[in-house]
Design a protein around this ligand. Structure first.
Ligand SMILES: Nc1nc2c(ncn2[C@@H]2O[C@H](COP(=O)(O)OP(=O)(O)O)[C@@H](O)[C@H]2O)c(=O)[nH]1
Ligand SMILES: [Mg+2]
Length: 229
């Protein structure tokens, strides 16, 4: 099984994978049914409801799943539970008075799942790019994650909103990435930078909201551009 539905609170719908191959595995299209309408507008779902697809990237064990769990459920899991392929969760919230469904596609950072990940980048509005403040390699790897996203079909990097999280800020161990370096790197890309802790929750809400608001601002701008508003 390559995609698994994580038990996030507020979960409503099963994953809606973008890839044809995955769809075939999960639900073969009936011959008589026409394909669902494809929107070229990445932040505009086919229904009235506004929803944003948010992906998480970064090396394995940096805390991507824990950050999403912290945000959605206000819980922290101390032990490592490897993400198998992709986990999915949805959370509804209000942004500027509008109800928005945030669809999280939490990706495994394991190299073995590169191919599976590449099927899920398309149509993402926002990205949580995570590294571990106590692991220099995980910070150095961010360029590879950017590269993987860029190469994946459907991603327009200029449109994708990214927030960089230096995670495990609570940890008492030795830090391998200082704030200035990380801040400078993120700023150079035009991205926000936060130091977060999934363990105690510090800065998690702030980092996530900043990403969602950036997606929402783009959504409103696109509505005007495409004549929806
Ligand atoms: N101290 C500390 N540990 C964390 C934090 N976030 C995650 N972890 C731990 O790091 C490990 C990997 O977390 P996980 O979210 O599964 O990493 P992922 O592979 O990036 O999804 C787990 O053992 C977590 O308990 C954090 O903010 N602080
Ligand atoms: Mg994970």
């Amino acid at each position: 099984m390559i995609a698994r539905v994580q038990e996030y609170k507020d979960r409503k719908n099963p994953p809606q994978p973008q890839s044809a191959s995955y769809q075939q595995q999960q639900k073969p299209a009936a011959a008589s049914q026409p394909p669902p309408p494809q929107s070229s507008y990445s932040c505009q779902p086919p229904t009235e409801q506004v929803s944003f697809k948010i992906i998480s990237v970064g090396n394995a064990e940096v805390g991507k799943s824990c950050l999403i769990k912290r945000y959605c459920e206000e819980k922290f899991v101390d032990r490592y539970i490897q993400t198998i392929g992709i986990d999915y969760g949805v959370k509804k919230l209000k942004i500027k008075g509008q109800t928005v469904a945030i669809n999280f596609f939490d990706m495994s950072g394991n190299e073995d799942y590169r191919l599976i990940r590449s099927e899920f980048y398309a149509d993402a509005c926002g990205c949580l790019m995570v590294f571990d403040l106590e692991n220099r390699d995980s910070f150095n790897s961010l360029v590879h994650w950017e590269d993987e996203m860029r190469k994946s079909t459907g991603i327009e990097m200029g449109r994708l909103k990214v927030v960089v999280c230096g995670n495990k800020a609570d940890s008492k161990g030795s830090r391998e990435v200082n704030s200035k370096d990380a801040q400078k790197w993120a700023k150079g890309k035009g991205w926000e930078y936060y130091e977060t802790s999934a363990q105690n929750g510090s800065n998690v809400g702030e980092a996530f909201m900043s990403l969602f608001e950036a997606c929402h601002t783009q959504f409103l701008g696109d509505k005007r551009t495409f004549g929806f508003a």
